[in-house]
Write a protein that binds this ligand. Structure first.
Ligand SMILES: NC(=O)c1ccc[n+]([C@@H]2O[C@H](COP(=O)([O-])OP(=O)(O)OC[C@H]3O[C@@H](n4cnc5c(N)ncnc54)[C@H](OP(=O)(O)O)[C@@H]3O)[C@@H](O)[C@H]2O)c1
Length: 296
């Protein structure tokens, strides 16, 4: 991987060309770099990166929703990538206006994780008022937004995290926070409607037993032997891949403006230090998101 000059992307009739100011870094980026994404459709060499915030520099002939100079953000088409760059072309249906109150860095941290959390809680399951929901990884990129979205949906929110992050997860709206290093969540919880799993492994396995019959485990990492587990625990279980969605992103922007959703930034690296940013995300242990800043 190297930081180098490449041609500006071609702008199709429905594309918005974004002059990027910041890009969010996600676990999927280092998985792509390492070749660990089994269903990776991308051809090499490629410009990596999956989410961006910046200023509209040019629009295609059929673009009606955005104008040059708009401040926008987007989760880019996963088949294309390209967000770790000074210019990014994105279909207008994937783009939304950036909330005014957010910096470009904060805005760039939202699309992928925010849409993942939104789709998990409103499409894969329909979390409503009073639903009892457990969210694993309450201070992670996805989990920190999922806690706030579940609170917005007026659920009763339980979250797991490590001790030094319990306070911030409470501030995001969790009614109960469990330190996963010192307390076994499956010894203190039972009868939940939904578990949102962002962690996998033994945490995921143990999550089945805290659901009520007919409850739902929704995961963003694979679930081994899913049918056998559904039958054994008499629950629904599903795993999914998030998809880009400009309208949903605009809705999340509205939640930011209403004071109901706040991104959590861990570290900001300059674009030239993308390799260090990817290593940081790979190591884990972060509170919130790692972001690249891109000079104007
Ligand atoms: N399917 C999809 O569409 C989709 C979309 C986005 C992400 N993902 C995947 O989802 C996963 C999470 O993504 P992310 O961006 O949120 O990663 P992240 O920012 O690294 O967050 C992971 C969080 O999990 C916590 N954690 C680790 N072990 C835990 C345990 N045993 N119990 C409770 N929490 C634990 C970590 O906390 P500590 O620091 O305290 O360990 C960290 O806060 C990644 O595997 C990513 O590839 C999938």
């Amino acid at each position: 991987m190297s930081v180098t000059d490449v041609p500006r992307p071609t702008v199709g009739p429905r594309d918005v060309l974004i002059e990027a100011r910041a890009a969010g870094v996600n676990p999927v980026d280092h998985l792509i770099v390492k070749g660990f994404m089994s269903a990776d459709p991308l051809t090499r060499p490629l410009v990596i990166g999956n989410e961006v915030a910046g200023v509209v520099a040019q629009i295609g002939a059929e673009v009606t929703s955005f104008a040059v100079g708009n401040e926008v953000f987007a989760r880019v088409d996963p088949q294309v990538g390209g967000a770790f760059a000074e210019y990014v072309a994105v279909d207008q249906s994937l783009v939304a206006l950036k909330p005014r109150d957010l910096s470009f860095e904060e805005a760039a941290s939202l699309p992928l994780a925010g849409l993942t959390a939104w789709q998990a809680l409103t499409e894969q399951t329909r979390v409503g008022p009073g639903a009892r929901v457990l969210i694993h990884g309450g201070v992670g990129g996805v989990g920190s937004l999922a806690v706030q979205i579940a609170r917005h949906l007026r659920a009763h929110v339980v979250a797991t995290t490590s001790a030094d992050s319990m306070e911030i997860v409470r501030k995001f709206g969790a009614d109960q926070v469990i330190d996963y290093r010192t307390e076994q969540f499956d010894e203190v919880l039972t009868g939940l409607d939904v578990v949102f799993d962002t962690v996998g492994g033994p945490t995921q396995d143990r999550s089945f037993r805290v659901l009520r019959p007919g409850g739902t485990l929704v995961s963003i990492v694979p679930i081994a032997d899913i049918d056998a587990k559904k039958t054994r625990w008499n629950v629904d279980a599903r795993t999914f891949l998030m998809r880009p969605h400009g309208e949903q992103l605009a809705h999340l922007a509205g939640l930011v403006t209403a004071g109901e959703l706040q991104p959590l930034l861990e570290t900001v690296f300059p674009l030239a230090e993308t390799a260090r940013a990817l290593q940081k995300v790979e190591r884990g242990g972060a509170r919130g998101k790692t972001v690249l800043t891109i000079p104007a």
